[in-house]
Design a protein. Structure first.
Lengths: 761, 428
């Protein structure tokens, strides 16, 4: 398509709006309500432009390019129209803001407002000192206020945690309303009233706390004025530096921008170009980073227990105590429990130290208990090689999404945003699980069942599909005949009865999966564990083959995949990973080295306990030595996210107190014990050795990690149906069914008499 | 605009209001006795969907809601090859001040509308129709529900109507009192359970409408004309009109006239005739000052401008509009400022709030007029009104901006002297 903007001939291939094209080509058209990724609202009318041959002015943000269009964006007449509209907005804006673009007067003005009383309040400034509205005023330069401004008549809402709402500054651009609805799927904010009372608010004027608000902060990030303002923001404390990092609070690896002043983190916002999160974050990443880094329970000095009391000491002394104890202990009596929240470098150093330095076989890796690890273990036992890497955007291609139990909106917010987007585009969501989740309102059905019944449902669906007329496609896949044969024994009516479902419902569900392909199956560790874990995985595997399904194993730890890939490399013999955890719980080891706080100790588990962690917590009571570790903000390193995407992060602030990165602690300890191969000077050194040795990381250069590269994995096999034995109820996959419920971060269920404990997130 | 038709029509020949005198026309038995549902029978059993659409096109039936878009043309925009369901929405959100025609149709002759709905749905291939009725019309909605139940019982609605295999369900949905929901896309939003905000066009509802599916939206009066077109033919209908478009209009006359009420007259009847012949002229002692010819958003006509044919094109020719054909008569005793105040208050209250010029502009217009009305008007206020209104006109997403600004502009221009005499400096 050919178009002309302000006399400039331009060529366009994609369907796009005039505003998008103009911005792309560096032509500025003022706008308030437009925000990338949101449906055009065309409310502010500041982007009005003239299209040749059209009588009325058109909003650039809502007018799509047509071939041969001749557009004028900047004439005195247009600027006058825009200025008049801006004057109208200013007439409803708080008076103090009229002086706001005069920067010199700004702080004085604010001070005056501060004294002016509760009507104005302290909220009269914009987020991050970056007021889009002010920039617009600077651009359009309204000469004088045509109308007296109606000042501060609305009460400032300060009754919520984390953010205040001052609707005296609201320009009704609707960005917050739209992002809450269109992107986040929450709709906590909406337009209220009409006419001159029109505004933004919650249902019945409630606090956000009493709505569905998830406090993701998306509304704050899109607000062009100071109507929505973070409680922690202050007009006189403006950041001097900003740095990007990878959030470590869950397994998705969102890119965050941290704002700093004098080397201290003020707050965090999602990075606009983040490859995983694309400008979105959740409560944790948006509001809790500085809380987590500067938390009062941070431990920043090494501690050694003396006379029953933990006392601060030097690294030298602390490491010497640990080195001495470890040297004097036989390898079989030493156990190490790693954390899947640490960076690849930390995990590599720890596993190398345990496996090659101490030569112990007792290294428990948190990562071995995730859905990904279980899927691979299961598949390899069957003789397959599964694909673990995926892209969150792959889920968007599915027309039917089956979700097992996880409350995605909380546990995997970015995955949920993709699922929600697909639902908006017409995909169907089916939730399977015992709990009613808040995202159920977006689902087309909820199959309520008891934990462990998943395989019954899945096999039932497989049976219906294998008998249907469309089974021809599946018949081309290896092992179908045997699979179908085995399904003959399966009684649909019995399964339906035990699931408490009508057979009709199962048939409908199967029809949906058949008609709306491709499908995606999202599941967490809960589905893969316990006595039914293997059967569930087998049933999932087979159903996915029948329905062009994508298997998406979800993990919640920031480096679950990295942890299990690295630990698999160092693992000397195969065996149930629950064995070591069981051993720790039984007190079978003399010396225990625990990293992180995901292993929850309830009693002193060994004669000598070393804890390497960033925080003091319940576990500290049993520690003989505490080695203070940095958090992600104070170290550099790499994480592998749930997709299998390897992302690096840089150090943003200096380590607090004497805390050190995990790999450095281990290196010093190893050197103290006289071990060779631990002369790492930087995280890059560790990474280099890691990429040289661990197959999944082979040849991945640290430099190429902007936006992330994916881990290497063996070519996935030709697709084949899982063996019949797999769903005979035999637990073929490694299990920690009998194991203790010690990994508190993991979703587990266990039988307590007739009750089942469900670990929801 | 040129019209060759002779001015010989018997004005008592009605299409919509013929049997309004009957006390129980809304009962299906009475309606059937008067030849009701014969048009449906004819359309479904003897005509093809395309044949019906052609007939409606030829009849020159223009939308009776206000914009006057040709009805047959609107139907033909619905894509024939779409795997999505199609919907019909009947706009019964009669919110334009001065307008009360649909209310009469719905109250006295609901089956006429139902017949129209069935024929239109059959023609376009629709199996679900929604009647969006304004919230205040509670009794009217009940009556319509009753009529629908009767029609369904007689087999005119539901599965396989008249054994033709054509299915149709009609649902009544009541609004909640927002003027904006009479705008067709806001109506769709409201029907979907959302806040009544107009949608960006294109895409037009004919392709992406209710629940993202192709949708026809017609006014009550428009659809009520369909049975007559089917029964008596397009030429007969076209011939009824005294202008280029066919048929009759229901003129709702209000104000200080002898007989205010609704008058069904040929399209193109002169405004003078409506006021002086049919409505009986002004009440004794009253003198005509001005007329708003097509609902409150239509620009005002002065007393010497009423020799005008009441059809879309003629009124557009003098800078006003036929709109919903609600004739509001204003006498000399009524100060124009009062009229302006009513107009301004209404639109300032009813702006949906989406577009800046309409939301804030209407409220400033209202504030200035209130000030003038309180005797504190300042020099330049009338010009300010014009400036504000021109900044709304044509600059908003939906026609509400125009609806709010046109009457203000016309009042301020045509009665500038009277308005300025209300200002501090003007009154001397």
């Amino acid at each position: 398509m050919k178009v002309t903007i302000d006399g400039r001939p331009l060529e366009v291939t994609d369907k796009m709006t005039i505003l998008d094209l103009a911005r792309d080509k560096g032509i500025y058209i003022p706008s308030l309500c437009h925000y990338p990724g949101l449906v055009p609202f065309t409310g502010c009318r500041l982007c009005l432009i003239a299209v040749k041959g059209r009588e009325a002015l058109a909003p650039a943000c809502g007018t799509f390019i047509e071939d041969g269009m001749d557009v004028t964006t900047n004439t005195p007449a247009l600027q006058k129209t825009r200025r008049q509209i801006l004057e109208l907005i200013l007439s409803e804006h708080a008076g103090a803001c009229l002086a706001c673009h005069d920067k010199g007067a700004r702080l004085d003005e604010l001070a005056a407002v501060d004294e002016a009383g509760p009507a104005a309040g302290r909220s009269l400034y914009s987020n991050n000192g970056d007021c889009e509205f002010r920039k617009l005023i600077d651009y359009l330069k309204p000469d004088k206020a045509q109308f007296p401004s109606l000042d501060g008549t609305l009460e400032i809402r300060k009754d919520d945690p984390l953010l205040d709402r001052n609707y005296n500054l609201c320009v009704l651009c609707g960005r917050c309303v739209r992002i809450c609805h269109e992107v986040r799927g929450v709709s906590a904010l909406a337009f209220v009233y009409r006419g001159s009372r029109a505004g933004v608010g919650t249902a019945f004027g409630r606090r956000l706390l009493d709505t569905d608000c998830q406090f993701c902060g998306a509304c704050l990030d899109v607000c062009p004025t100071g109507a929505l303002i973070e409680k922690s923001a202050h007009p006189e404390i403006l950041p001097d530096t900003e740095n990007n990092t990878i959030c470590s609070f869950c397994g998705q690896g969102c890119e965050l921008t941290l704002f700093l002043k004098q080397g201290k983190i003020l707050r965090s916002v999602p990075a606009k170009q983040g490859s995983v999160n694309q400008g979105q974050a959740c409560l944790k990443g948006r509001f809790l980073v500085s809380e987590a880094v500067y938390h009062r329970s941070r431990v920043v000095r090494p501690m050694v227990r003396k006379n029953g009391k933990l006392e601060e000491t030097t690294w030298d002394e602390a490491l010497a105590v640990v080195a001495q104890k470890l040297s004097g202990c036989p390898a079989r009596d030493i156990a190490i429990a790693g954390s899947a929240h640490d960076s690849c470098e930390d995990i590599f150093a720890l596993d190398k130290f345990g496996g090659e330095g101490l030569e112990t076989e007792n290294i428990a890796s948190h990562g071995d208990f995730t859905a990904q690890a279980r899927l691979r273990d299961f598949a390899r036992l069957q003789g397959f090689e599964p694909r673990l890497n995926f892209r969150i955007s792959d889920i968007g291609r599915a027309k039917t999404i089956v979700l097992f139990g996880e409350n995605l909106a909380v546990s995997q917010p970015m995955v949920w945003l993709e699922v929600y987007k697909s639902i908006r585009n017409g995909a169907k969501l089916i939730i399977v699980g015992p709990q009613e989740l808040c995202i159920r309102r977006c689902a087309s059905s909820w199959i309520k069942l008891r934990p462990g019944q998943e395989s019954e449902l899945l096999i039932g669906l497989s049976k219906i599909l294998s008998d249907s007329g469309h089974a021809a496609e599946s018949a081309k896949i290896d092992g179908f005949a045997a699979f179908k044969n085995r399904l003959q024994e399966f009684e649909l009516s019995g399964a339906a009865a035990s699931l408490g479902l009508q057979e009709e419902k199962l048939l409908k569900l199967a029809l949906l999966l058949e008609k709306r392909k491709p499908t995606a199956y999202l599941f967490g560790a809960e589905v893969c564990e316990g006595s039914s874990g293997a059967a569930n995985l087998a049933a999932l595997w087979n159903l996915a083959l029948q329905t062009e399904g994508l298997l998406v194993p979800l993990s919640s730890e920031s480096n679950a995949r990295g942890a299990f890939e690295i630990s698999a490399f160092f693992r000397k013999k195969d065996g149930p990973p629950g064995r070591i955890i069981q051993g720790i719980s039984n007190g079978s080891f003399l010396t225990l080295y625990v990293v992180g706080s995901s292993l929850r100790l309830e009693k002193k588990p060994a004669a000598f306990v070393v804890i390497q962690d960033s925080y003091l917590n319940g576990n500290s009571d049993f520690a003989d030595v505490i080695l203070p570790q940095t958090t992600f903000a104070e170290a550099e390193g790499t994480f592998v996210n749930v997709e299998g995407r390897l992302q690096k992060f840089e150090r943003v602030i200096e380590p607090l107190g004497d805390s050190r990165p995990g790999w450095r602690i281990i290196s010093h300890l190893a050197q103290k014990m006289g071990m060779a191969g631990f002369s790492f000077r930087s995280a890059s050194d560790v990474f280099q050795e890691l990429t040289g040795r661990v197959p999944a990381f082979h040849g991945l250069g640290r430099e190429q990690l902007t936006g992330g590269v994916f881990l290497r994995e063996p070519e996935a096999d030709r697709r084949r149906f899982a063996a019949a034995e797999a769903f005979a109820g035999v637990d073929a996959a490694p299990s920690i069914a009998a194991g203790p419920d010690v990994y508190k971060g993991l979703e587990m269920s266990r039988d307590i008499k007739d009750l089942r404990l469900i670990r929801g997130r | 605009m040129a019209c060759s038709k002779a001015w010989t029509r018997h004005v008592d020949e009605k299409i919509l209001t013929e049997h309004f005198g009957l006390a129980n026309l809304y009962e299906i038995e009475a309606y059937l006795e008067r030849g009701g549902y014969r048009a449906v029978t004819k359309a479904l059993q003897e005509m093809t969907p395309d044949g019906i659409m052609d007939e409606v096109k030829k009849a020159g039936l223009r939308g009776r809601g206000g914009a006057g878009f040709p009805a047959g043309m609107k139907w033909s925009f619905v894509p024939k090859t779409s795997d999505k369901p199609k919907y019909l929405c009947v706009n019964a959100d009669e919110g334009e001040p001065g307008t009360f025609k649909d209310r009469y149709i719905l109250t006295h002759n609901p089956h006429l509308l139902i017949e129209g709905i069935i024929i239109a749905s059959f023609s376009v291939g629709i199996h679900a129709a929604y009647v969006y009725i304004r919230g205040e019309y509670e009794a009217v909605a009940q009556r319509l529900e009753q009529a629908l139940a009767q029609a369904a019982q007689k087999g005119y609605l539901g599965k396989s109507i008249l054994e033709t295999g054509f299915d149709l369900d009609v649902f009544v949905h009541r609004g909640a009192g927002a003027y904006i929901c009479g705008e067709e896309t806001a109506l769709l939003e409201s029907l979907e359970g959302k806040r009544g905000h107009p949608r960006l066009k294109p895409p037009f509802p004919a392709t992406v409408g209710l629940f993202q599916c192709p949708t026809v939206i017609n006014n009550v009066e428009t659809l009520a004309n369909i049975p007559a077109i089917i029964q008596k033919g397009a030429p007969w209908f076209l011939d009824k009109g005294l202008a280029k478009d066919g048929g009759t209009r229901i003129f709702g006359v209000s104000g200080p006239v002898v007989r205010p009420g609704i008058y069904e007259l040929p399209v193109g009847t002169s405004l003078r005739e409506i006021i002086y012949t049919h409505a009986g002229g002004l009440k004794p002692g009253k003198k005509l000052k001005a007329v708003i010819p097509g609902g409150m958003s239509a620009p005002i006509l002065k007393a010497d401008e009423i020799d005008i044919k009441m059809d879309f094109d003629s009124l557009a020719g003098v800078g006003s509009m036929l709109g919903s054909a609600a004739v509001i008569v204003i006498d000399e005793a009524t100060p124009i400022l009062d009229v302006l105040k009513k107009v301004a208050k209404f639109y300032a209250h009813e702006s949906c709030g989406q577009c800046t010029p309409c939301r804030i502009g209407t409220s400033w217009i209202h504030k200035i007029i209130k000030r003038m009305s309180a005797g504190h008007g300042e020099k330049g206020d009338v010009d300010e009104l014009v400036r504000l209104a021109s900044n709304i006109k044509g600059k908003t997403l939906c026609p509400m901006g125009d609806a709010a600004s046109l009457p203000v502009l016309s009042l301020a221009q045509k009665f500038k002297n009277e308005l300025e005499s209300c200002l501090k400096d003007g009154s001397g």
